[in-house]
Design a binder for this molecule. Structure first.
Ligand SMILES: NC(=O)c1ccc[n+]([C@@H]2O[C@H](COP(=O)([O-])OP(=O)(O)OC[C@H]3O[C@@H](n4cnc5c(N)ncnc54)[C@H](O)[C@@H]3O)[C@@H](O)[C@H]2O)c1
Ligand SMILES: O=C(O)[C@H](O)COP(=O)(O)O
Length: 611
């Protein structure tokens, strides 16, 4: 996804974690680390590929990280085209079948980790990464082997490859459906064992039978489409699927109980979540039509395997075809695997040559994008902001971060920031304005200068909550063209003291407002004073009594100190009354220059701010 550079600020990159922890917690006594620079990865995709993969030593990974090229650890077999893509961008360490301990040892030396379903990326793994791991790429759909909460807390983006193996999984479900109905696996084993058992392996037909698709997402709907072609009647259960999408392929969405009690075949296609774990238990099997046949290409954990065994033994379930198991691989003596009415495959749903090439490319692109700072469209633990929203809001993204960065520097030492109000003025219907990325940027601007936290779109809300920061969003609906997404963004800090009284609104909040003008962010309001200054470089705000000569005096102090003034703007309440001068400057002035500005007669207060 090609995004404007500024969005990279918000996204996980292989940056060194920031400095020491902030002992002051949420208190804002010592704004520090005010400048933006963090190492940004800009390695070129066109760089020459590295040699054939071989397990690399920990020392080699550390050396390459030091050289600035990211390191990607791949712990399960990935299609060669995806590996080549990764190698063109990063040092790739292919280390398969690592123990949990070996994984923990390696993970602090890598910027990204690519896994399939066989690697458990636990909280301990994120802790062992000590902040370096920025991206976990799941080369496939299911992310139940990745601790998403721990990833989010660590500010680590998790991306998956949600589409490339859909058809493969659906085809495998159909293959199992047909094989089960006609006893293909059992008959094959029997014949190879020298038997000729034609009457034993009489099957059942599919045409006219009712198939209940449980989980009508990507795989489920493809299964439904294909099973329709086999002449089956399809019903589906999915509490979150749009009725229209089901109707469009001639499928009725029904209740859970109706689905399980009226069908001849059930195919499972829901994710494993706390609410689907062991959803198919004794109680559920008891409600099924006697002689039902079950296919599971989703996740073993959605079925209570002991209950399934009982249902097979008592004839409630005539047959089962299983590609997935609670424990993978299942124990060698698993009664379920050995059951004569059960057909099994070792988690092969995604395993076609084509799907693996697709998945590998999909995940390599997502991981590289995330390492470069682009917002991965397949991020699973980040607020999903569609690409068109991102590109439309890209200038406002910079503005939001700068306003956050600016407002926090106006807080007086000793005041703790607790409540942040972000007010968006727009002529656009609030439903058409997705502000999640802007909220995250304001949060980043406020928190990063005052803490050791690394804030990105993945963890912004979490970090804010952890620091006791409440972010309130408000919209002001304007008349005008909804073509322009936003007129202005205001950021208010309530219940805090300001080191610059001129920044206080009538309500006593520290308030700044900005707009995007000609594509660049401008500061347009400080407290109750309108100004207009480009938000670039550094800024001096002076409050003075409006009278001739003050601007000249401050300007000449800066000139004498070799500080280049890029913009200047004065806002005043009325001629001869209070005024605010906003001066954009390229360099950081010497302390002496700042003292001279403070000593200038009629300058009542001033503040120097780094953007
Ligand atoms: N065996 C394999 O190799 C293989 C390959 C691909 C996918 N999968 C698995 O298949 C499953 C589906 O994948 P997908 O790509 O279609 O995912 P998806 O997210 O597109 O679809 C899942 C659907 O399940 C629905 N759902 C959630 N909770 C439900 C519930 N309680 N009851 C019914 N439906 C519910 C969701 O609304 C969604 O529509 C996942 O578990 C995935 O891990 C397995
Ligand atoms: O969730 C998935 O994508 C499938 O279960 C495939 O898993 P795999 O990548 O380990 O084959």
């Amino acid at each position: 996804m090609a995004l404007a550079t500024p969005l990279r600020h918000l996204l996980p990159v292989a940056a060194a974690p920031s400095t020491a922890p902030d002992p002051a917690g949420p208190s804002l006594t010592t704004p520090r680390a005010l400048s933006l620079p963090r190492s940004r990865l800009r390695s070129s995709l066109a760089a020459s590929p590295s040699p054939e993969p071989r397990p690399r030593s920990v020392t080699a990974a550390a050396a390459s990280a030091a050289a600035g090229r990211p390191t990607v650890l791949v712990t399960e077999k990935l299609g060669p085209a995806g590996l080549d893509l990764l190698r063109a961008f990063a040092n790739v360490d292919c280390s398969y079948e690592l123990t949990a301990e070996e994984l923990r040892a390696k993970v602090s030396l890598v910027d990204a980790l690519v896994v399939r379903s066989g690697t458990r990326v636990t909280r301990e793994v994120f802790e062992a990464a000590r902040g370096r791991l920025r991206v976990v790429g799941r080369a496939g759909v299911g992310i139940d082997n990745v601790d998403l909460q721990a990833a989010t807390e660590a500010g680590c983006l998790v991306v998956n490859a949600p589409t490339a193996n859909t058809v493969a999984a659906a085809e495998h479900a159909i293959a199992l459906l047909a094989a089960m109905a006609r006893n293909v696996a059992q008959a094959d084993a029997s014949l190879k064992a020298g038997k000729w058992q034609r009457s034993k392996y009489v099957g059942v037909t599919l045409v006219g039978k009712v198939l209940a698709v449980m989980g009508f997402g990507k795989v489920g709907s493809e299964v439904a489409r294909r099973a329709k072609g086999l002449g089956m009647d399809i019903i589906a259960h999915d509490p979150y699927a749009p009725v229209d999408r089901a109707r469009a392929i001639g499928v009725d969405l029904v209740s859970f109980d109706e689905a399980i009690s009226t069908s001849d075949f059930i195919s499972l296609h829901m994710p494993l979540t706390p609410s689907t774990a062991k959803l198919f238990d004794d109680e559920t099997f008891a409600k099924m039509k006697k002689g039902i046949r079950i296919i599971n290409v989703a996740r073993g954990g959605v079925v209570d395997e002991d209950a399934l065994l009982r249902a097979l033994d008592n004839g409630t379930v005539a047959q089962a075809a299983l590609d997935v198991f609670t424990e993978e691989p299942p124990p060698r003596d698993s009664k379920l695997v050995q059951h004569e009415n059960v057909t099994v495959t070792p988690h092969l749903g995604a395993s076609t040559t084509e799907a693996q090439e697709g998945v590998a490319l999909e995940i390599a692109e997502a991981v590289i994008g995330a390492l470069r700072g682009d917002l991965a469209a397949t991020a699973v633990n980040a607020p999903m902001v569609p690409a068109e929203v991102l590109s439309e809001l890209s200038s406002y993204v910079i503005l939001a971060e700068k306003l956050g960065r600016l407002v926090v520097q106006l807080v007086a030492g000793g005041s703790g920031v607790k409540v942040v109000k972000v007010v968006y003025s727009s002529a656009r219907d609030p439903d058409d304005l997705d502000t999640r990325i802007l909220r995250a940027m304001v949060t980043k601007g406020i928190i990063e200068p005052i803490s050791s936290a690394f804030v990105n779109i993945v963890n912004a809300d979490y970090v804010a909550k952890q620091r006791g920061l409440q972010i309130i969003e408000e919209r002001i609906l304007l008349d005008g063209s909804p073509e322009i997404p936003l007129d202005s963004i205001q950021v208010h800090l309530t219940n805090v003291e300001s080191k610059f009284a001129g920044a206080l609104s009538d309500a006593g909040d520290i308030r700044v407002e900005g707009k995007v003008k000609d594509g660049s962010p401008h500061l347009t309001l400080v407290g109750s004073f309108s100004v207009d200054v480009s938000l670039e470089g550094n800024l001096i705000l002076c409050r003075q009594i409006d009278q001739p000569g003050v601007i000249g005096k401050v300007g000449s102090i800066l000139g004498k100190m070799n500080v280049n003034v890029s913009f200047m703007s004065v806002g005043r309440t009325a001629p001869g009354k209070q005024a605010i001068m906003a001066i954009g400057i390229d360099e950081e002035p010497e302390k002496e220059a700042l003292k001279l500005i403070g000593d200038t007669p009629s300058v009542e207060e001033f503040v120097f701010l780094k953007l």
